[in-house]
Design a protein around this ligand. Structure first.
Ligand code: TRP
Ligand code: SF4
Length: 334
């Protein structure tokens, strides 16, 4: 019997290289060994994008195509849409009784996100919504609805998983052994830095390469990347280990070429402009097969919709089964 994996993504933007190296490549590996459910968490995305439904809707398809393009195989992975599974919403209501409001306020992930979203939730989080505060409960419903045993997440998500485990234990204590306690599987041990050296990558920061970026966009971003600041002239020797261009070379440049980049940089035999041009070229080569695969889906939106429908149908069956057990345990199976 294969173990069940459940993980999710908020459809709020396209995938970038950080997603690919942090998590995506890992999913592609895991898809052979596990029964895999990959949730497009549109309901969760609305908790901090309730005022922008078009963005969420558009990105449901964008992110699905990105996932297929990087090699997620829809025959092996059930990619499903959260809003099409009302059982998850219903479980959220039942689990809400098992979590205190104080505990949610203390959740480090929630706290960090509220601090980042001042425009939405106020300078001190005074305008936080009930929905956003409660999203960890809804995420616990995502995981348990599909009986997720293993949950690949980044370290920023660990407090959410811990919250889920607490809910599961409390549920089982009160209503009898019903739900499985999930385990985290840390998937982005090597969190990728942005081209500016920032630990965080994002569209608004302009420091991330998205899988859908054109050569022109990639050029612009790489040309603005942070290099060894002590290198001023073309033939100054420099330290590649503090250069973001070299950092990205390490991801996409073939080993033999990479050795040259390193030694030439140290010896002052390489100009940063040509070094960047080489990186742009290698990034484009790396992304080429991904883009080609994506194009097949872009040209066939019906296929993308069918893949989502099929994954959702499989996920719904499992969620219905969980909900039946939960209602029975809670004595509301009238
Ligand atoms: N909160 C996750 C994120 O922002 C996305 C997510 C939704 C998720 N449901 C999940 C992750 C269930 C793991 C399990 O990245
Ligand atoms: Fe970075 Fe290349 Fe310039 Fe060296 S030569 S500092 S590796 S961009």
């Amino acid at each position: 019997m294969k173990k069940t994996i459940l993980t999710g993504l908020r459809p709020t933007g396209n995938l970038h290289l950080g997603h690919l190296f942090g998590a995506g490549q890992n999913y592609v590996k895991l898809q052979d060994e596990y029964e895999f459910f990959l949730e497009i968490a549109d309901v969760q995305a609305l908790t901090d994008n309730f005022n922008n439904p078009e963005k969420v809707r558009k990105n449901v398809y964008e992110i699905t195509m990105d996932l297929l393009a990087i090699g997620i195989d829809p025959k092996k992975v059930n990619i499903f849409l959260q809003s099409k599974i009302p059982e998850i919403a219903e479980l959220t209501v039942y689990y809400s009784n098992l979590v205190t409001v104080n505990r949610l306020f203390r959740n480090p992930t929630v706290k960090a996100e509220v601090a980042q979203k001042k425009e939405l939730f106020g300078n001190n989080g005074e305008s936080i919504t009930y929905g956003f505060l409660g999203y960890p409960v809804s995420q616990a419903a995502d995981i348990t609805a599909l009986s997720g045993e293993v949950v690949p997440v980044g370290d920023d998500q660990l407090p959410l998983l811990e919250q889920c485990r607490e809910i599961v234990r409390k549920f089982n204590n009160i209503y009898g052994e019903t739900l499985k306690e999930p385990e985290a599987y840390l998937s982005n041990v090597t969190r990728l830095k942005g081209l500016d050296g920032n630990e965080k990558m994002g569209k608004s920061l302009g420091n991330a390469i998205f899988l859908v970026d054109s050569e022109e966009v990639i050029s612009k971003k790489v040309m603005a990347a942070v290099t060894d600041p002590s290198k001023i002239k073309k033939d100054d020797p420099a330290n590649p280990d503090i250069c973001m261009v070299y950092y990205y070379h390490k991801l996409v440049t073939p080993d033999s070429e990479l050795k040259n980049v390193c030694s030439e940089c140290k010896a002052g035999k390489r100009g940063c402009v040509s070094c960047k041009k080489e990186l742009i070229n290698n990034l484009c080569e790396f992304l080429k097969p991904i883009k080609e695969k994506r194009k097949q889906y872009e040209d066939n939106p019906k296929l993308v919709k069918d893949i989502l429908d099929n994954g959702t149908c499989n996920a719904k069956k499992k969620a219905e089964d969980t909900l039946r057990k939960v209602k029975h345990a809670m004595k509301i199976d009238y």
